[in-house]
Design a protein around this ligand. Sequence first.
Ligand code: FAD
Length: 382
Amino acid sequence: MKRALFEEDHEQFRELAAEFNSREISGKYAQWEKDHQIPREVWRSAGENGLLGLAVPEEFGGMGIDDYRFRVVLDEEFVRSGHLAVALALHLHDDLVLPYLLAYGSQDLKSRWLPRFVDGSTITSCAFTEPGAGSDLRGVRTKAMRDGEDWLISGQKTFIGNGAHGDAALVLARTDGETSRAGAESFSLFLVERSEGYSNGQPFDKMGLRASDTAELFFDEVRVSDADRIGEVGQGLRYVKEQLPQARLALAVAASAICTAAFEQAHEHASNRSTFGQALTEYQNTRFELADLKTESHVTQSFVDRAVLAFNDGELSESEAAEVKLWASESAKRLTDRALQLHGGYGYIMEYPIAQSFTASRLLTIFGGTSEIMRETIGRAL
Ligand SMILES: Cc1cc2nc3c(=O)[nH]c(=O)nc-3n(C[C@H](O)[C@H](O)[C@H](O)COP(=O)(O)OP(=O)(O)OC[C@H]3O[C@@H](n4cnc5c(N)ncnc54)[C@H](O)[C@@H]3O)c2cc1C
């Protein structure tokens, strides 16, 4: 069955992304995994090549592309080439921070921030999670207190992607001044630039996706202008809820690309590896495994493609996004495990792409809302 998602423009964009990928990333990525860092000049180059902030309007330096299929192309190119941490780093910048600036930022905020966002000179992170608040964001304790025309932000965030090397963070903070249990209108969003009082821990030693740095952030009375508040005071949690479909769809897209790659990697390995005098593909068990991998990756891709089109039409609901994230991320976890098994011992060695896919997919049922929270969301909407 021919895939019906893409048109000519998307395929042209794929060539651009593939060319960037091989010129700027291939051959260097293994070192970035050791350094826990994607070099800053790569962000600049991605910006110069028009790969950042695709949805930013032309008046702010972007291309104003509101067709999510272009983001899918980019994700697929990075995932299939095994550059999974690059996909994640760009996802944080483009899918988790940008939508808030576009949807709720003032004209002044957009004109100051978006050009830097698009050209790669400012790397952003999305700082919601705290040591005491992951699935349940009402547990957020980071506080923003009024100080004249400004705000003073104090608190701690954890597991923040692009946290160690980022220049600014989208911070969810409590603005009701209370210490008791928070309500729906207790939180607001701020774009906080690295300045006095803003620091980070060392990147965490993650099991996978190591080139994308993940770190704690500390805010000690960081002064933030009211002009860098995003949207209305007290509406932070509502905005987070409204942006969940894109955040979850993005992870489903990456998960689906991982499923496809897992099949391809297993197929290639099994075709080239012999035991007892015959190729692995001569064994019925191997063929059955490959048949399952191929079929399940196609099912996942079809579901995700449909969700992408629904999102483009403004029709992907929160619970549908949860379904597609749940399905695709659990599939990626299952399929990479089975594909790894077909690699034997080689599957356990990180220089093999399947080992990278396996560890990356393990994050996808946790990050951006766990599978249990996805089931809660779907169940509540029944
Ligand atoms: C590598 C990595 C990168 C990350 N990047 C970012 C980032 O850039 N920005 C950011 O803000 N966050 C980030 N996170 C945080 C991530 O989104 C959270 O880890 C995730 O939301 C889960 O929160 P938690 O770790 O506090 O787990 P908890 O909320 O403590 O959950 C623990 C377990 O309890 C289950 N559970 C919790 N509540 C319920 C319930 N109501 N019903 C049933 N089961 C439940 C969960 O499903 C899970 O299995 C990242 C995490 C990792 C590991």
